[in-house]
Design a protein. Sequence first.
Lengths: 309, 116
Amino acid sequence: MRDEIDEAIATYTHELQAEASLARADVVEIEDHLRSLIDELRAHQPLGVAIAQAKRRLGEPRALAREHARVSGSFGPPLSRWRAVSAVALLVPMLWSAFASMRPELTVQNLEIVTGLMLAVGLLSRRGWARPVMFAGAAFWVIPMSLVLYAYPEHTSPIWLVLHLGIVAFLAPWRRREVTQASVALALQVWAVASAMMVLGFQITTPDGGTEYVTPAAMVAMIAASKATVGGILRARWGALASLVSAATLAVSIYELQAFTFKFANAGAYQLVTFGMLASGVLASLAASVLLWRHARSAFGSLREVFAS
Amino acid sequence: MHRSVRQQRIDKDLVAASAQALLLGILQKGPSYGYAIIQEVRELSGGELEWSEGMLYPVLHRMEDQDLIESFEERGENGRKRKYYRLRPDGRRALTEERRQWDVVHGALTKAWRTA
């Protein structure tokens, strides 16, 4: 009997999740309500009838999911205006500094500036995707920045670390309801982008005076992870495939980086953190690929999510 | 000729408009959870107010986002973890304002219908 109830509840919540990415806490709450309703109704009628009536009283799952999404969005409830403005205010000095050292050719730094501007606009217009993207991007850099500050305190200003920590604090999902599967997938994927960018920081000077990336695979990883992030925002199934590619190429870049010896001060700690962050990027990308696949809306996704708050 | 007058269900716009005021009023009495809130609404309205039960949660979540209420988890009598809601200070202020507004509407309607 319990099995039949569990199965009915699982079917209902599956239909709910197929329409919108709900926070786990919200799904548990609806499950609890459905269970209570069934318990009440089965006292007066056969179990099958009680289940059907309970589902009817709770409402059509897709309509209910749409109503939830209207309040919370696929990537969680909208961020309050003051938190969004505060996070953007902390982003401004970073963007300003990047502008000041901008080079005319296409560089990773220039792409960072464009991404930063898009995120600022996204946050201020309270688009749901902007929050997990910026949160994970800032959270990732807190770790290597802390290490650099610890290893080279006389050459490093703590201001950048403070700015990143501030952004993390303003954007962190302090309530469980603020975390949805789609937002977790996006945050994990951005973590992988940041991992790839970290490795791209390692470059060698060629005999003709140019520079080369130590791990060319990291460039492929960054492009794939960025595409997967876009796929995650669109909630497209292809995002999961791009995510798999980013995981594989990040793993290759770990292999490539192993051939090099770190020869500067505190190299051991730096090496440990670098490989640790890279490995976390591989795992994040793998986990993101599963979540992106499970919670994709369709094969090609929809622009609806881009403009949804 | 026999003509029967059938009472219609309360209009859904009116149900929606009164939802927040009702929820604030119910939670003013103490913390409660979704299923119990629905039961209380039914009891308070003598079964006249029919809410689509699932739709209660988006309303509660919107009120939570507006800091009118907050949620917390506790184990119910059946041992299951359950999400309860309680009023926040902003919610108490909102309730005072809701009451004032509904009193105005109620007073105006009463006077209008008395003179009709």
